[in-house]
Design a protein around this ligand. Structure first.
Ligand SMILES: Cc1cc2nc3c(=O)[nH]c(=O)nc-3n(C[C@H](O)[C@H](O)[C@H](O)COP(=O)(O)O)c2cc1C
Length: 301
């Protein structure tokens, strides 16, 4: 039932997008016709909004890089949200500042909290994950603008994950917007030497998924059944998670999907920062032999 509902929402959203595109083309030809007529008599009608915009916040540049890729892929304009008082330059003091904002729900002031959005009907909204969801400046942006009736496509960069949780929160906070599937990529992957290329290719695939109405459930399709780990699976897991000791991940079972290389979906127990044990899915990609090390794609949170 839930899946059907998701499919229906996705289908509606796609219909909305197709309708927008159709409206755009139709509007274009109408405008061209009207232009000739206007020279004779009547003024041209106000065109329907059909444009899209990339709105994003980035503290250290990873999300900015991804925003550029979205803007290129969609030929969209960009708006970078700027803090009146930027976060401190060190990681630890940013953590402290964000914690204060989250605990008090006092969201930070933006220089441009209310960009002109009326003319856009699709907003690509980009953010770094902070404390498991979007960075505080996004709350300021959401509080200051009405996204009702717009298609909102979330995208994010993260250390280990937060794509699904942040999109779910966005849906809750913007019930009148059509929030689509979200795209996310780890900081490590997008800031790598070939990061722009890797992300651009994935973003292309993401738009194809959006257009065919893919949902979270469908994205998990194509894997084998979960099974106990072999020594080889354990070695792949250890290689890909060596920089994520703070999550205390313990793989319980695994499923695989053969692509150009292998996708692994490990079900794990996690005790992030020594906290309580929770269960989570960890996606890892192992390229074909000789083409590089296994890498962590996401810890689904
Ligand atoms: C205050 C703070 C909190 C963060 N919290 C998380 C988190 O909960 N989960 C995660 O995966 N990454 C987390 N990160 C990592 C960032 O999401 C990641 O480095 C991101 O790519 C930064 O994007 P930017 O370069 O556009 O600022 C956090 C980073 C900071 C500074």
């Amino acid at each position: 039932m839930f899946r059907k509902l998701n499919l229906a929402v996705a289908a509606l959203s796609m219909l909305g997008m197709s309708a927008m595109l159709a409206a755009c083309n139709e509007q274009k030809s109408k405008t061209e016709v009207k232009k000739d007529v206007a020279e004779v008599a009547t003024p041209a009608p106000t065109p329907a909004p059909t444009k899209s915009v990339v709105v994003y916040y980035s503290q250290n540049g990873a999300t900015k890089k991804l925003a550029g890729i979205f803007a290129n892929a969609r030929n969209a304009e960009t708006v970078e949200l700027k803090l009146v008082k930027p976060y401190p330059s060190t990681y630890d003091s940013t953590i402290a500042a964000v914690k204060v904002q989250r605990d008090s729900k006092q969201w930070p002031a933006l220089e441009n909290a209310k960009p002109e959005l009326a003319k856009y009907d699709t907003v690509y909204l980009g953010y770094p994950i902070m404390f498991g969801s979007f960075a505080p400046p996004i709350y300021t942006f959401l509080d200051s603008n009405d996204l009702g009736g717009k298609v909102v496509v979330p995208f994010c960069t993260y250390g280990s994950g937060g794509r699904k949780a942040s999109a779910a929160e966005l849906k809750t906070l913007e019930p009148n917007a059509n929030v689509t599937l979200a795209y996310g990529i780890s900081n490590k992957r997008i800031t790598a030497e070939n990061g722009a290329e890797v992300a651009a290719k994935e973003v292309e695939g993401f738009f194809a998924d959006l257009e065919t109405g893919k949902t979270e459930e469908i994205l998990l399709g194509g894997y084998s059944e979960q099974r106990p780990l072999t020594a080889e699976d354990s070695a792949v897991f250890a290689e890909a998670t060596k920089d994520y000791a703070y999550l205390s991940l313990k793989p319980l079972s695994v499923a695989t999907q053969i692509v150009a290389g292998t996708n692994y979906l490990f079900v794990c127990e996690m005790k992030a920062f020594g906290g309580p044990a929770t269960q989570t899915n960890v996606k890892i990609f192992k390229p074909l032999p000789g083409r590089g090390a296994a890498e962590l794609i996401v810890v689904e949170k």
